[in-house]
Design a protein around this ligand. Structure first.
Ligand code: AMP
Length: 210
């Protein structure tokens, strides 16, 4: 199955992508994680993306389209994949169509802006493997440590409140129109994000069947 996860930053796409990844045994591909890895290893692409990312802006389309083009060619994508954080603009969605990628479903996780701002302040990520945690909703077993790889948990620079507001603006202006794009194709499934992650997960898994 070829899936897209849509939703505002902090709506819980990453967590739901991990769930689907295990459920369907297909890779979850996060452009944000790929860019952050490139940044850590100091590649040219990473350095080019840094200023956009730090300000909560979108990295230029041609950069992320290139990333996705390369990633989807890899062997593990043969039986499907989940795109988490791509496409984020109409030109990116059109690029996917032009690559001949036929998406089965687009799951849109809806969370009100106020809730997002509240959630983002508690979000922590592993600086080594990128796994996501939350001080209230998804606590690590050992404080400050990743349960998967033992890495240190940090707050992303772009999760600071002012940057979050900018990211939400960018989401409403540039990414939200994708809902209409995929609704017209009959592929859009809406999941209302719940307080408890497990409850959202149930709705996500049901949406895969719908
Ligand atoms: P994320 O981890 O998905 O919230 O992404 C973090 C940041 O990476 C975003 O705020 C953008 O600066 C950049 N980014 C990730 N995916 C994309 C995309 N599809 N298009 C443009 N920029 C992106």
């Amino acid at each position: 199955m070829k899936l897209i996860l849509l939703g505002a930053p902090g709506a819980g796409k990453g967590t739901q992508a991990e769930v689907i990844c295990e459920h369907l045994s297909i890779p979850a591909i996060s452009t944000g994680n790929i860019i952050r890895e490139a940044l850590t290893s100091g590649t040219e692409m990473g350095l080019r993306a840094k200023s956009y990312m730090d300000e909560g802006k979108l990295v230029p389309d041609e950069v992320v389209i290139g990333i996705i083009q390369d990633r989807l060619k890899q062997d593990d994508c043969k039986n499907g994949f989940i795109l988490d954080g791509f496409p984020r603009t109409i030109p990116q969605a059109e690029a996917l169509d032009k690559m001949g990628v036929v998406i089965d479903k687009v799951i849109d996780i809806e969370v009100p802006d106020e809730k997002i701002v509240e959630r983002m302040s508690g979000r922590r990520v592993c600086e080594s493997c990128g796994a996501s945690y939350h001080l209230l909703y998804k606590k690590p077993e050992v404080e400050g440590k990743c349960g998967k790889c033992g890495g240190t948990l940090i707050q992303r620079k772009d999760d600071h409140p002012d940057t979050v507001k900018e990211r939400l603006k960018v989401y409403h202006d540039q990414t939200e129109p994708l809902k209409g794009y995929y609704e017209k194709q009959g592929k859009l499934r809406i999941v209302e994000g719940q307080e408890a992650v497990e409850d959202t997960t149930k709705l996500t898994l049901a949406a895969l069947e719908a």
